[in-house]
Write a protein that binds this ligand. Structure first.
Ligand code: ZN
Length: 114
């Protein structure tokens, strides 16, 4: 279990909390405490997506961006999907080891289709 995350330069604690369940949520972003709380009863398969959602909530809050919750949900769920489907690439990106692909230079631009 991750216990801390650095988000835009601030350390946030990550923990489970029964009160999240009591409030009927899977996760909560508590900006004044720099805390993200997750439901302890949530399925393991949901944890990554919910954590990423709360990270988005923290970023939006820290930046003072006004973003409808439905759009935030769509963005966080989509990014989570891309990260899960491309785990190796995201591991390389986070380690600053993303290989640079050399594309051949175009010597001339085709002017007509065959
Ligand atoms: Zn939310």
């Amino acid at each position: 279990m991750i216990s801390q995350l650095k988000i835009l330069g601030l350390w946030w604690s990550i923990s489970t909390s029964e009160s999240v369940d009591t409030n009927g949520n899977l996760g909560e972003m508590r900006s004044t405490k720099l805390q993200i709380a997750l439901s302890p009863s949530m399925a393991v398969a949901q944890q990554g997506e919910v954590l990423l959602h709360e990270i988005f909530e923290a970023i939006v809050c820290q930046l003072g961006i006004k973003l409808e919750h439905s759009k935030l949900q769509a963005l966080s769920a989509s990014l989570h999907q891309v990260m899960v489907d491309n785990a190796e690439a995201f591991s390389a990106i986070s380690a600053n080891e993303m290989p640079i692909v050399q594309l051949p230079l175009l010597t001339s631009i085709p002017t007509s289709l065959p």
